[in-house]
Design a protein around this ligand. Structure first.
Ligand code: 3PG
Length: 207
C-alpha cells in the first residue's frame, strides 16, 4: 500500500469540499483538524480552490490535502503549485492521468465500469475512485469489480452516513469520499460549531 493510501485508510473518509471564498479556508481547515478529520479534497469546481489549498497548507502543513474535480492539465499545475498531496478527477481522462504521472503527482481518477478499470490499470494505476458510486450500482457493483481487479477504490457520489460502513467493509476500499461531511452552506454561512459537530459525528460513525 502506498503511503498516501495508508494515510487515507487511517482517515477512512475524505471530505469533498467546494469552497467559494478562500478567506474561509483556514477556519475550515481548523474545524477539520481539531475534530478528527485532518484532510480535505478541495474541488476545482470553484475559482477559490487553489488559493484555499495554499492557505490550508500553510496553516496546517501536516494536513492531507488533495485537489478534486481536476479536469485539465492547468488544474494539475495549479494544484501542484498550491502543494497538494494528491489529485482526484471525476472521470478517467488519459491526458490528465499521463500529465500527473509525468509530474510525479498521485492521481485517483474516477471509473464506474470494468472497461474503465482496465484502461486505468493499463496506465499503471492501482488506486481509483468509484464514481458516482450509488447511481453506478453501489456496493453490489463495487463488489463485482473488486472480485475481478486488484485495485483499491475510493467510492464517492451518494456515499452517506447510512451506507459508508457498507463500503468501508469491502477489503479493497481504503476510504470513502463525500460532500455530506462538509456542506457548502455551513461554510458559506460560517456555521463553524455545526460543522465541528458534523465532523465529529462522521469520525464516530466510521470509528
Ligand atoms: C465528488 O465531487 O466527488 C462528488 O460530487 C461527491 O459526491 P457527493 O456529493 O454525493 O458526496
Amino acid at each position: 500500500m502506498s503511503t498516501l493510501n495508508a494515510r487515507m485508510s487511517e482517515l477512512k473518509v475524505i471530505p469533498v469540499i467546494a469552497i467559494k471564498d478562500a478567506d474561509k479556508a483556514v477556519k475550515l481547515a481548523q474545524v477539520l483538524v481539531e475534530n478528527g478529520l485532518p484532510c480535505a479534497e478541495v474541488t476545482f469546481r470553484t475559482d477559490a480552490a487553489a488559493d484555499a489549498i495554499r492557505l490550508m497548507r500553510d496553516a496546517y502543513p501536516e494536513m492531507l490535502i488533495g485537489a478534486g474535480t481536476v479536469l485539465r492539465s492547468e488544474h494539475v499545475d495549479a494544484a501542484i503549485e498550491a502543494d497538494v498531496d494528491f489529485v482526484v478527477s471525476p472521470g478517467f481522462n488519459p491526458t490528465t492521468v499521463k500529465y500527473c504521472q509525468q509530474r510525479g503527482m498521485p492521481i485517483i481518477p474516477g471509473v464506474n465500469n470494468p472497461s474503465l478499470v482496465e484502461q486505468a490499470m493499463e496506465m499503471g494505476l492501482e488506486t481509483l475512485k468509484f464514481f458516482p458510486a450509488e447511481p453506478s450500482g453501489g456496493v453490489g457493483m463495487l463488489k463485482a469489480l473488486t472480485a475481478v481487479y486488484p485495485v483499491a477504490f475510493m467510492p464517492t457520489g451518494g456515499v452517506s452516513p447510512k451506507n459508508v460502513n457498507d463500503y468501508l467493509a469491502i477489503d479493497a476500499v481504503f476510504a470513502c469520499g463525500g460532500t455530506w461531511m462538509v456542506p457548502g452552506n455551513l461554510i458559506d454561512e460560517e456555521r463553524w460549531d455545526e460543522l465541528a459537530a458534523l465532523v465529529k459525528e462522521v469520525s464516530s460513525i466510521v470509528a
